[in-house]
Ligand binder design. Structure first.
Ligand SMILES: NC(=O)CC[C@H](N)C(=O)O
Length: 206
């Protein structure tokens, strides 16, 4: 059975933004551009969100990105984007920025996702690693999971579902409108995870 949004010869095009303040912007754009029915664009100012149905907050350096979010007046725009029932996916630093609470930090968070995270939970850049595993909710195919100074999801609220965990470590979560991953699907050659994000957007938008 084709998915709902495929009816009508897959004509529905959806615009998806990548927050382009710092970090792995090009890699996410490149992955989105490989998916049919997607128009991907870099978001450099809040008004650019207007025609987007989804947004990726990329990996990078959360401290720097938090400063730039403030400087470019993105805080209210991102909260508003979420309240309008658009889908946001934060990968790594993006996940940290979306969290309700960051362990040991008092700084203002976007507080979109009801989780507590620990930054750099697997050590420094040198302790970066790649694993291979299946995330059944996303695909039956094995995916490469790239961890770079990755955060760990320590606690989740009642409205948050675990999308992926290994050895009792929560590494990806979702709600109806949000996805958060500790790992970086944009740094692999596969578009499986981006496809999952696009399907979630199209299923809600249809
Ligand atoms: N690859 C990443 O996005 C790393 C995130 C980084 N450790 C931070 O705290 O911002």
């Amino acid at each position: 059975m084709p998915k709902k949004w495929l009816i009508g010869a897959g004509k529905m095009e959806v615009t998806i933004g990548v927050l382009a303040l710092q970090g792995g912007v090009a890699e996410h754009l490149n992955h989105l551009n490989q998916i049919r029915g997607v128009k991907a664009k870099a978001i450099k100012k809040p008004t650019a969100l207007a025609d987007c149905k989804g947004l990726i907050i990329p990996g990078g350096e959360s401290t720097t990105m938090r400063k730039l979010i403030k400087e470019y007046n993105f805080s209210a725009a991102l909260k508003n984007f979420h309240q309008q029932k658009n889908i946001i996916w934060g990968s790594c630093a993006g996940l940290i920025l979306m969290a309700q609470e960051v362990e040991g930090e008092e700084k203002e968070q976007l507080e979109l996702l009801n989780i507590k995270v620990q930054r750099n939970a697997f050590g420094s850049q040198l302790n970066s690693f790649i694993e291979k595993d299946v995330i059944p909710k996303v695909s039956e195919q094995t995916q490469e999971l790239v961890y770079i100074r990755a955060p760990l999801i320590k606690e989740i609220g009642p409205d948050v579902e675990i999308l992926y965990q290994k050895d009792n470590k929560i590494l990806a979560v979702e709600t109806k409108y949000l996805i958060g991953t500790s790992f970086h699907p944009e740094l692999t050659t596969s578009t499986i995870f981006h496809q999952y994000f696009v399907d979630k957007i199209k299923n809600i938008a249809s």
